[in-house]
Design a protein around this ligand. Structure first.
Ligand code: NAD
Length: 260
């Protein structure tokens, strides 16, 4: 149902962003892929997505911590597809440290990537969406857009910011055919999370199961990881015409974490 439409997915060379890209391609959308990684693998991914969608899939290596990186990313979308119909703000990073010791460069980097890049990408794509009277802005927020954990000041501040930015954009664009929403996952099974398990097993003298249940999933009542595909399926729903009245929402997919 997305044939003829184009999407920019930030941070889509891995994890949740990759799942968004695959899900949108399966519905026929043209894609701009972005993020870091092995160039051969990324070229193979673009070929896979194009074969799946029957539309173009191109890669932008833009560093979204830089404002001119976001500008270059959006320019790639506009140049390739003549506009941008769907923007998924997903690239993000984390750093864990007490607030009084939090490295100021990490604070700046997290705010730049997790929040400011979303503002800039929205700012630059909205005119194209308005011109067509249709658009979707979807951001990967987090359970940490609704609640906090210690030692994650920059991440929690940026994710709360994404939720506020989303509401504001939704109100400004309410009559334009463009919706803005965020999805707030709990722990999602991505290579990022998987990679933490062996070190945590060693550090805490725990089994793999103990690390998953007592450390990672301690906050998640279902005791199950969210999958990237589940998050992507919600984003696909938000692109449907049936979701035209879902705007300004912060949709939790966190196994009950924020219900507590
Ligand atoms: P990931 O590390 O697997 O993917 C991050 C992506 O962002 C990669 O493609 C990476 O190359 C890209 N990226 C990193 N720095 C970038 C930069 N400067 N410019 C452009 N791209 C850059 O992570 P993930 O787990 O898939 O997380 C994706 C999003 O989901 C993030 O916003 C994260 O905060 C959010 N999230 C993740 C979880 C989780 O448990 N994994 C939970 C809630 C929210």
């Amino acid at each position: 149902f997305l044939s003829g439409k184009s999407a920019i997915v930030t941070g889509s060379t891995s994890g949740i962003g990759l799942a968004y890209a695959r899900a949108l391609a399966a519905e026929g959308a043209g894609l701009v892929i972005n993020g870091f990684g092995d160039r051969d693998q990324i070229d193979a991914l673009c070929a896979e997505l194009a074969a799946q969608s029957g539309a173009k899939a191109v890669y932008s290596d833009a560093d979204l911590m830089r404002r001119d990186g976001v500008e270059a990313l959006v320019a790639t979308g506009v140049h390739t597809f003549g506009g941008v119909d769907i923007l998924i703000n997903n690239a993000g990073m984390q750093h864990v440290a007490p607030v009084e010791e939090f490295p100021v460069d990490k604070w700046d980097a997290i705010i730049a990537l997790n929040l400011t890049a979303a503002f800039d990408a929205a700012r630059l794509t909205i005119p194209h969406m308005k011109a067509k009277g249709w658009g979707r802005i979807i951001s990967t927020a987090s359970a940490h857009s609704l609640t906090a954990s210690p030692f994650k000041s920059a991440y929690v501040a940026a994710k709360h910011g994404i939720a506020g930015l989303t509401k504001t954009i939704a109100l400004e664009l309410a009559t334009s055919g463009v919706t803005a929403n965020c999805i707030s996952p709990g722990y999602v099974w991505t290579p990022l999370v998987e990679g933490q398990i062996p070190d945590t097993m060693k550090a805490r003298g725990m089994t793999r199961e103990q690390v998953m249940n007592d450390v990672l999933l301690a906050k998640q009542p279902t005791k199950k990881f969210v999958t990237p595909e589940q998050v992507a399926a919600l984003a696909v729903f938000l692109c449907r015409d049936e979701a035209a009245n879902v705007t300004g929402a912060n949709l939790s997919m966190d196994g009950g974490w924020t219900a507590e």
